[in-house]
Design a protein around this ligand. Structure first.
Ligand SMILES: [Zn+2]
Length: 343
């Protein structure tokens, strides 16, 4: 019996889920022989208990410092995708792993799965670029929201707060039935949570993507948010276009309302050569936008406009072959490819 107990305790000292039993048995040690076993048990229990405590403290420190961004948990994009593929399952949410095929881009994939580019951003925090590469594997959630990782369930409230979401809209991945706390602290495997309908935050992105995301956050589509992009996910054709054509043409029906891409001051309005009826707006941080070929102009120079404010209507004035909006952007006097902003 004793031998069996001793053997058990050794195993238990190392196997984490059953450690609770070891602790429970500890105070029962009475006779000398059993005490010996007890001592042995202590020898094996105390270090692991200390370990648990240390890790718990570490985890607490971690969670205080950064709420466990993805980059704290996984070394590379491949590690991340593989981990999700093998370990993360939700009830009421599928996470598909999609291999990028020739001719694909992130927008097409998002559309096909009834989510949006933000959902893909929120599930793929290792992206360095918006150009999909052929050997890339990406995570495509079946619902809109952000995939996030935490160290323990206690962080879920903070996650909800960070995304300005209700705690009830945070899905938690399926976890083993076993009481999680000890196991989680000792194994330190991250817990995936999905914040339904949340938008991604630049803080969880790579630096390269965060700057593009922040720029996009500053602007909106001039066509009342119903912007349909021409570009096929490749920057190069657009970059080439950028050289010959200093802006973006957005085809739309004659008379479609055109809104200010961001708040600012109207600097000029009127006929401007090939652009026909045109509005130019100066925005904060050195940005300027131009809206050409308008059929109608609804603002005056010097006027302050808010983002989305109606400034005119789509037309075909000036050098134009059909109704569309010509949209040009500058930053500190230099042309900006609008596709870098309106994606
Ligand atoms: Zn144009």
């Amino acid at each position: 019996m004793l031998l069996t107990n001793g053997a058990d305790s050794i195993v238990e000292g190392q196997s984490l889920p059953r450690k609770r039993n070891t602790v429970k048995r500890d105070p029962d040690a009475k006779p000398s022989r059993e005490t010996a076993t007890g001592n042995r048990m202590k020898m094996r229990t105390i270090p692991s208990a200390t370990l648990v405590l240390c890790i718990a403290l570490l985890c607490a420190a971690c969670s205080k410092s950064g709420m466990g961004a993805h980059h704290d948990f996984f070394a590379t994009e491949d590690d991340y995708v593989q981990y999700v593929e093998q370990n993360v399952r939700f009830d009421g949410l599928e996470l598909a792993i999609v291999d990028i095929q020739r001719g694909e881009n992130f927008w097409k994939i998002a559309k096909r799965h009834n989510v949006n580019i933000d959902t893909l951003l929120g599930a793929n925090p290792y992206w360095e670029s918006l150009v999909a590469s052929l050997d890339q594997r990406i995570i495509v959630p079946s619902r809109k929201g952000v995939l996030h990782f935490v160290n323990s369930r206690s962080e879920i409230r903070d996650v909800a707060k960070a995304y300005q979401a209700d705690e009830s809209s945070v899905l938690v991945q399926r976890l083993p039935v076993m009481d999680g706390i000890l196991r989680r602290f000792t194994s330190r495997s991250p817990i995936a949570v999905f914040v339904l309908n949340a938008r991604p935050r630049a803080i969880n992105m790579t630096e390269a993507l965060a700057s593009q995301f922040n720029l996009r956050e500053m602007f909106r589509s001039p066509l009342g948010g119903r912007y349909s992009s021409f570009f096929g996910g490749r920057i190069h054709p657009i970059f080439r276009e950028h050289r010959f054509h200093n802006g973006l043409d957005i085809a739309a029906r004659h008379g479609t309302p055109v809104g200010a891409a961001a708040g600012g001051v109207v600097t000029s309005t009127g006929w401007m050569g090939g652009y026909g009826n045109t509005v130019i707006i100066s925005h904060p941080k050195g940005f300027r936008t131009l809206y050409g070929h308008l059929s109608r102009i609804s603002v005056r120079a010097g006027q302050q406009v808010g983002a989305g404010r109606l400034i005119g209507r789509v037309g075909s004035t000036g050098w134009s072959t059909g109704p569309h909006l010509h949209f040009t952007m500058w930053h500190n006097g230099k042309l900006v490819n609008p596709m870098k902003v309106l994606w």
